[in-house]
Design a protein around this ligand. Structure first.
Ligand code: ADP
Length: 304
């Protein structure tokens, strides 16, 4: 069974359409990321999936239930965890007491000590929330969402504003939770994080998906360019094959056909007797693909 199955989900505020017929199928155990610029409709979609907003049309099932039905929503709340972009944790309570209280809302919660260990807060459990660092608070947010053993976890910008080590530890936690079987729906503007974590990515623009697939498929489908670089050294820039950009002692090419470009550069290198020092090939990232998908007008330039 799919964790999520949406067909033709539509949302309009007054007469303004914001979601224009979303089809979304999420397999159980997947990590799925929703990307898109501000105003694309991500929050609206996620909140419809969570049952916190009503759709205007279409059919939706989350864990076999319809989040828009009140009885289904009550069951769903027991089976899902939500980490909002910004949470307001009570500052004057300890992590342990906050988790204890949260666990009382669920019929089969995790042990508070187990979740504290899982998120790496066991030695801080008696400290008041206001004394915790940003990274620790985020881990506490995630612990609060996990304590009910959710089958599906919604994470909105889980690592925004955190230092690199905290980001890494939260990514590892997400992977661990997912390996134990929890489906994860992630919204993030950190495309490196998404490329690292997500099995499937959906790019939302103006209320419709404009690309869907694995990060690798999105990158391939976006026709983003590969960069090829080498050191200028003693090369006379005007002698280089067409298309070179020379900057700060580096020669840079962009291409959609890396094999063709490298073969051409190697032929030139042999003929000119100039080595391609420090030749580096940088494949496009999800970040590049996203930029290409959303700003096709700014990606110009020919291939040599
Ligand atoms: P995102 O999360 O991708 O930034 P949102 O789902 O928040 O996008 O918003 C999508 C569009 O819907 C935006 O144009 C926004 O102004 C509009 N919108 C969001 N919530 C409401 C609301 N409660 N009433 C009217 N318009 C809204």
């Amino acid at each position: 069974m799919s964790a999520i199955n949406a067909v033709g989900v539509v949302k309009a505020y007054s007469a303004t359409p914001v979601l224009r017929g979303i089809d979304l199928s999420v397999a159980q155990g997947a990590i799925v990321a929703l990307l898109g610029p501000n105003g694309a409709g991500k929050t609206t979609l996620v909140e419809i999936l969570e049952g916190h907003r009503m759709r205007t049309g279409g059919t939706l099932s989350v864990l076999g239930l319809d989040p828009a039905e009140r009885t289904d929503f009550r069951s769903l709340r027991q089976r899902m965890g939500v980490v909002l972009q910004q949470t307001m944790l009570e500052p004057g309570i300890s992590s342990r007491d906050l988790l204890r209280r949260q666990s009382s809302y669920y019929s089969h919660p995790m042990e508070v000590q187990d979740i504290l260990c899982k998120v790496g807060l066991a030695d801080k459990q008696n400290d008041l929330v206001r004394t915790l660092s940003g990274g620790m608070r985020r881990r506490l947010d995630i612990a609060l969402a996990l304590i009910g053993h959710p089958e599906i976890l919604f994470l909105d910008e889980p690592t925004t504003g955190l230092d690199p080590l905290s980001r890494r530890s939260i990514r590892e936690l997400i992977r661990e939770v997912n390996s134990a079987g929890t489906t994860v729906i992630l919204t993030s503007h950190d495309l490196e994080e998404v490329q690292d974590l997500a099995h499937t990515v959906h790019v939302l623009s103006d209320g419709a998906f404009i690309a869907s697939g694995s990060p690798r498929e999105i990158i391939a489908g976006s026709h983003s360019k590969t960069q090829v670089r080498f050191l200028l050294g003693g090369i006379e820039p005007s002698s280089l094959p067409a298309g070179a950009e020379v900057n700060a002692g580096m020669v840079r090419y962009e291409t959609l056909d890396q094999d063709h470009l490298i073969a051409a550069l190697q032929r030139w290198s042999t003929d000119a007797g100039q080595p391609l020092q420090g030749l580096t090939v940088i494949p496009p990232s999800l970040d590049d693909a996203y930029a290409t998908l959303l700003q096709p007008a700014v990606t110009t330039g020919g291939n040599p």
